[in-house]
Design a binder for this molecule. Structure first.
Ligand code: AMP
Length: 195
């Protein structure tokens, strides 16, 4: 699942950039989530396999800009990675161990350049309003699969492009059509805020 950082920040609660600086103006990773085919998902599957930063030392330089925490107070993002590994990652630990989980998420991110998909359809993070259909169509045409778009609301209550769900197969390597889509609200027209 990918997230537009501008929309995380552009709410009444705001955000805090990581201690190592503002992340790039690009979609970043929220998490890689093992789901059941009916859309529900297991969580916190193995308390005996807690997050261990030392196992992913070689990935930290890539994770920082690509999987940045925007929560307040400002942090070095490790608590966000810990949360995602323990809540979601441990549920597919037999397929992806901790290092593979983070490596796989980084690989998936580089497989799908959502910002360039949107830009090639003249959809840019400029604070403008775009139809939900045009956003979905641009991403579908570019990656070959229909994404699910999640919106949040800016401080004035307007829907904006918040997160993009893209599904992968059991191995975590191949994009697939999502078996089900989550439910949630977006207007027919949504804002794509700057970042
Ligand atoms: P999850 O628990 O993995 O389903 O994700 C939801 C949690 O992640 C919530 O607590 C969110 O507030 C948090 N979250 C979402 N995006 C970010 C972000 N960019 N930085 C830090 N926390 C986030």
């Amino acid at each position: 699942m990918k997230q537009w950082p501008g929309s995380y920040c552009d709410t009444s609660s705001g955000c805090c950039y990581p201690s190592y600086g503002k992340p790039p103006s690009d979609f970043d990773i929220h998490g890689l989530w093992p789901n059941y085919n009916n859309g529900s998902y297991p969580s916190n599957c193995d308390p005996n396999n807690p997050f261990d930063l030392s196992k992913i030392q070689d990935l930290v330089t890539s994770l920082r800009p690509n999987w940045a925490s925007l929560a307040c107070p400002s942090s070095d993002s490790t608590s966000f990675w810990q949360h995602e590994w323990e809540k979601h990652g441990t549920c597919s630990e037999t397929i992806l161990d901790e290092h593979s989980y983070f490596q796989d998420a980084l690989n998936l991110k580089s497989m799908t350049n959502l910002l360039s998909c949107l830009k090639s359809a003249n959809i840019s993070p400029n604070g403008g309003s775009y139809t939900l259909t045009s956003i979905k169509n641009a991403i579908s045409a570019c990656i070959g699969h229909v994404p699910w778009i999640e919106c949040n609301k800016d401080a004035s209550g307007r829907y904006q492009l918040y997160q993009v769900y893209i599904c992968v197969d059991h191995s975590g390597t191949t994009l697939i059509d999502c078996p089900v889509f989550p439910t949630g609200a977006c207007g027919s027209s949504i804002i794509f805020p700057t970042f």
